[in-house]
Design a protein around this ligand. Structure first.
Ligand code: NAP
Length: 503
């Protein structure tokens, strides 16, 4: 039985932003309709611009209506009165007198009730806001008093990505958080882990007996993980130009998917065991040396297409920017299960399609029995059997293998089996933030990253970001055409190993 969901006050810091209106409130509405949200749950939004409770609720209603399927005004009207707004600069300790008063009056259970902070502001504000929360006494003083009185009164904080910009800054942020919150109160969120289709990887691997015996270097030739977007940087230019594809996608989402694909089975499906296994596999990644970078990774920037300007010519992009809009890298592990099996990660903007998938390519049989057939067997050197777990836009699993082709003489042809992995018949999944918020309210950290996990994932990509990465960046401007699958260097990365990208 999972622990029950505690009623709490959700304090969203950065309430007037995009994340809150596009993701968090639609997610809460969906959880309310699904009956997951305790009736006493309250929401307090904090950001600087002045707004009344009524104005904020109206903004949110419009945004939720635009984003959820089958919006039901009646159900929204049940939730809306529980939502309030406070205009304040959360990074200033002086603001927290007023914020604390609102928190005390809005928290179910009063001063000793449960409070879930959500950092939905730009990452440069995480440390000052956490310090201001610390100074407010909201976390330590009251919590201690409540603990002494044996009242639950938990305080937790959800921290959005980006969690730092490299290993050193992630460590510094971890230290700032640890100065105010205990590790079991910190929820480092990656909404990819809230996606049903990503969690489906765990079910596929560990709820079945047929995959694990062959899920290793002996049978798997290589694994590909792709998260492709068809859109460009759009209105996120300022953020993107100082971030890039490695920080935005690989260090977080792709390495989390990788961890689910590559980790050892935990002995039991429990938060600390799952996190320990994810951490272990990320710590087993071989960190590329500087002299290996050119054969380990490929970066790119999209050029001008028929329908628009290229990345470097986009308004707001720094002149001569070497920020990558495409990144591919090969990962090798120092562990028994995967020694010798490379994992290839790839992500980029303005690619041929919006598409996220994991491809597990199996090895060829030990010998090609059909090699003597006059019409050639067609068994490829890397094997024909391939398991594709599609995460977006549809959640489905496809298994390809060779079978006998129709006809009088014996020959082979590929056959593919397909399953609707999500069980939703192609319909959209619920907003991934919803289940994660519910997990935070029940104190389940399974799908949140711990301190070491986040530091290990930065360590894996740091060499691609630092000074030495110039070798990958010096000629990336306009090096791939929009609508394709990235720069030549990404294809060469696999071709050098005798392989090719699945799409
Ligand atoms: N948007 C997404 O889909 C998404 C996805 C994943 C991660 N994230 C991360 O989530 C965070 C928020 O993203 P976002 O897209 O929502 O950014 P955003 O649209 O810029 O919103 C941030 C909000 O923070 C408020 N703010 C700024 N300074 C503040 C302060 N001192 N005190 C209180 N509020 C303050 C601003 O409103 P005022 O000007 O009114 O204060 C602003 O609306 C970022 O770290 C981002 O990287 C976002």
């Amino acid at each position: 039985m999972p622990p029950s969901v505690d009623s709490c006050l959700l304090v969203i810091l950065g309430a007037s932003g995009d994340l809150t209106s596009r993701k968090l409130l639609p997610a809460l509405y969906e959880r309310h309709v699904a009956g997951d949200l305790p009736a006493e749950t309250r929401v307090l939004g904090v950001s600087r611009r002045p707004k009344s409770d009524r104005e904020w609720r109206e903004d949110l209603a419009a945004s939720v209506q635009a984003r959820v399927e089958n919006f039901d005004r009646r159900r929204w009207d049940e939730l809306a009165p529980r939502i309030s707004y406070q205009a304040a600069d959360a990074a200033k300790a002086a603001s927290w007198g007023g914020i604390s008063e609102r928190i005390a009056s809005a928290t179910p259970g009063g001063e000793c009730g449960n409070v879930l902070f959500f950092l939905a502001v730009g990452p440069e504000l995480y440390t000052p806001i956490v310090a201001a929360i610390g100074e407010s006494g909201l976390v330590s003083t009251e919590r201690r008093a409540c603990r002494d009185a044996s009242i639950k009164g938990w305080r937790r904080i959800v921290v959005e990505k980006p969690f730092g910009t490299d290993e050193a800054s992630a460590k510094a942020l971890n230290r700032s958080l640890a100065a105010v919150f205990d590790e079991e109160e910190i929820y480092r969120i990656d909404h990819y882990l809230g996606k049903e289709s990503v969690q489906g990887l765990l079910a596929l691997r560990f709820a079945n007996g047929i995959f694990e015996p062959i899920w290793n270097e002996r049978y798997v030739d290589h694994v590909q993980i792709t998260a492709a977007e068809s859109i460009g940087v759009e209105d996120r230019v300022a953020f993107y130009d100082r971030t890039g594809a490695i920080r935005d996608m690989i260090q977080s989402h792709l390495l989390q998917i990788l961890a689910f694909v590559a980790m050892e089975p935990p002995s039991v499906f429990a938060p600390d065991r799952l996190r320990a296994e994810r951490r272990d596999i990320l710590e087993a990644i071989q960190i590329p040396r500087k002299d290996e970078l050119e054969t380990t990774a490929a970066l790119g920037q999209y050029g001008p297409g028929p329908d628009g300007v290229g990345y470097v010519a986009t308004e707001g992009v720094a002149p001569g920017s070497t920020t990558e809009t495409f990144a591919a890298m090969r990962i090798r592990f120092d562990n028994w299960r995967w020694a010798g099996t490379p994992f290839y990660l790839r992500t980029g903007k303005r690619l041929a399609a919006k598409h996220t998938e994991v491809v597990v390519q199996f090895k060829a049989p030990p010998t090609d029995l059909f090699r003597t057939l006059s019409n050639a067997s067609g068994v490829p050197a890397t094997g024909a059997d391939r398991l594709v777990v599609e995460i977006a836009p549809r959640s489905r699993i496809r298994l390809r293998f060779l079978g006998r082709a129709p006809g009088a003489s014996f020959s082979l042809h590929p056959i593919e089996m397909e399953a609707d992995a999500g069980g939703r018949g192609g319909a959209a999944e619920p907003e991934a933030y919803g289940p994660l918020l519910i997990d935070a309210m029940r104190g389940d950290q399974s799908l949140f990253k711990d301190r070491e996990e986040v530091e290990a994932s930065w360590a894996a990509v740091d060499p691609l970001l630092g000074d030495g990465s110039e070798v990958l960046r010096h000629a990336i401007a306009d090096n791939y055409v929009p609508g394709g699958w990235g720069p030549d260097a990404a294809h060469e990365l696999l071709a050098r190993d005798g392989r090719a990208w699945h799409v």
